[in-house]
Design a binder for this molecule. Structure first.
Ligand code: G3P
Ligand code: MG
Length: 242
């Protein structure tokens, strides 16, 4: 089993998160997949952005959901990182899928702590339009949303995002029909990996940027590693046993 390398928000060192520039580079580097976050604008466009507030990465302020797509598109999402990327604009899910559709794994994280009407249905519609159902994993910290996804389209893979070390995560996810546990890397133990595998589920570790942890997780046999530095993990995986 070879652990898959997934670029976190694109996951390329030196590139701003969740930008078309980062996703293009991740494809060029030969990552197995990418992870990115989706939300809805005021006028219902699915956009790729991490924070619910635009303040950190854009030259505006307030919630994503209180801005129209046109308003957001007027701002830069790369300048906060470096002037080199000042022309990067907030991407739509469609634009990102155009770039990453041939990758092995496409991890769409529904960033919906806030309520986004019909986000699940809208995302699934686009997944079907691109005919990428087999390679998509939909993850979320909002597990109600994952249940909704499974109800609408049982064949779609779902990953339950966990931050805390909960009791019996494998039982928890299995009972709800989820396909994977996307766990904070420090909370992953061998017993959970084995139990999840026994139950037919996968383990994805996020967000791993420290070489010691990477080596440990590769040895433990996690299925996926989400990282901000694809190239670093590729080198470590090359030298690893699994
Ligand atoms: O999906 C893994 C990771 O992205 C979850 O945390 O806050 O970076 O979206 P966050
Ligand atoms: Mg994310």
């Amino acid at each position: 089993m070879k652990t898959k390398i997934i670029g976190h928000r694109g996951g390329v060192a030196g590139y701003p998160e969740n930008t078309l520039a980062a996703f293009k580079k991740a494809v060029e580097l030969g990552a197995d997949g990418v992870e990115f976050d989706v939300q809805l604008t005021k006028d219902g466009e699915i956009v790729v952005i991490h924070d619910e507030f635009i303040d950190r990465t854009m030259d505006g302020s307030g919630l994503v959901k209180d801005h129209t797509f046109a308003e957001l598109r007027d701002m830069s999402v790369g300048e906060f990182f470096s002037s080199e990327f000042k022309n990067q604009k907030i991407p739509t899910l469609r634009e990102v899928l155009e770039i990453v559709k041939d990758m092995e794994i496409i991890n769409i994280e529904l960033k919906n702590h806030l309520s986004y009407p019909n986000l699940e249905t809208k995302v699934l519609k686009l997944v079907d339009e691109f005919k990428i159902r087999d390679k998509v994993i939909i993850s979320s910290f909002n597990h109600y949303s994952l249940e909704k996804i499974k109800k609408i389209q049982p064949a779609i893979k779902t990953g339950a995002l966990l931050m805390a070390k909960i009791i019996n995560p494998a039982d928890y996810a299995f009972k709800r029909g989820f396909d994977a546990l996307h766990m904070h890397f420090l909370t992953i133990d061998q017993k959970t990996i084995e139990k999840a595998h026994f139950m037919g589920m996968k383990i994805c570790a996020y967000t791993v940027n420290y070489s010691e942890s990477v080596v440990d997780l590769l040895e433990k046999g996690v299925d996926m590693i989400i990282t901000d530095n694809i190239e670093m993990i590729q080198k470590l995986r090359k030298n690893a046993k699994n």
